[in-house]
Design a protein around this ligand. Structure first.
Ligand code: NAD
Length: 251
């Protein structure tokens, strides 16, 4: 990652923070973006304490103007944009307090989930790709195992993550000739504040239903994200990489 500039959304917590730290450890310069500036600043501070280069910005990825300003800042402050990790997202617990099926879902919950998890990725890629065309670049979007199959009571989340997978593949084939690779990660259950919210919503009834028999760690997603951004994955594009402790491997 040395000499590379990287933008990470949702970088103030969980998977985004872990990826920001690994990017920086590998020599990358990181713009950490999050809805909450104090969270993003904390991540940037951790990077600087370890001798890395990072800055923080408050961004609501569901707002196109915020996203454009974030990308402009990355290019202005870091000199260029080589990689982007479009990762910010919300779980079902952020919009629905109970296990709500499609007929009973509120329009507001649907709209918010799609805006933060899916339309945001569209906004991000539209702002990022023009800076990568010709000089090359790599984008990684965060989907979920909910892009591979459905989870009951989470239709908006499932639809948003299937959308991220489709958008990733569309961007990959449209910009391959321009030297821009676009991939997505599909994490299983990973120990982050988002998972804690899901656990609270289900009264603690969420067990690691995978052969490894534990929840994943954010760092275990971050390593794959950094590999997908690096030149070591130069022939990999349009791929959805599942990282779930073998959960979906089960018949
Ligand atoms: P997290 O809650 O720890 O981190 C998400 C970060 O995104 C937070 O810092 C939050 O402030 C930020 N964010 C939320 N809305 C935002 C907005 N509108 N604009 C900018 N930032 C915003 O969660 P996490 O588990 O690290 O989740 C990261 C991504 O991974 C999400 O897209 C999530 O759907 C996905 N994911 C998580 C799991 C899991 O089990 N934790 C599984 C599959 C997919």
């Amino acid at each position: 990652m040395s000499d590379k500039s990287i933008l990470v959304t949702g970088g103030g917590s969980g998977i985004g923070r872990a990826a920001s730290l690994v990017f920086a450890r590998e020599g990358g310069r990181v713009l950490v973006a999050d809805l909450y500036l104090e969270r993003a600043s904390e991540t940037a501070e951790l990077i600087r304490e370890a001798g890395g280069v990072a800055l923080a910005v408050r961004t609501d990825v569901s707002r196109e103007d915020d996203v454009r300003a974030m990308v402009d800042l990355a290019v202005a402050e870091l000199g260029q944009l080589d990689c982007a990790f479009n990762n910010a997202g919300i779980g079902t617990a952020a919009t629905e307090s109970t296990n709500t099926r499609i007929v009973d879902m509120r329009q507001e919950a649907w709209d918010r989930t799609l805006a933060v998890n899916l339309t945001s990725v569209w906004h991000c890629m539209r702002a990022e790709i023009p800076h990568m065309v010709e000089r090359g670049g790599a984008i990684v979007n965060t989907a979920s195992i909910a892009a591979r199959g459905a989870l009951a009571g989470s239709a908006a989340y499932v639809a948003s993550k299937h959308g991220v997978a489709g958008l990733t593949k569309s961007a990959a084939i449209e910009y391959a000739e321009d030297g821009v690779r676009v991939n997505a990660v599909a994490p299983g259950h990973i120990e982050t504040p988002l998972l804690e919210q899901a656990l609270a919503r289900r009264g603690g009834e969420l067990s690691p239903r995978n052969p490894v028999r534990r929840f994943g760690r954010a760092e275990e997603i971050a390593e794959t994200v950094v590999w997908l951004c690096s030149d070591r994955s130069s022939f990999t594009t349009g791929e959805l990489v599942t990282i779930d402790g073998g959960r979906l491997a089960r018949a």
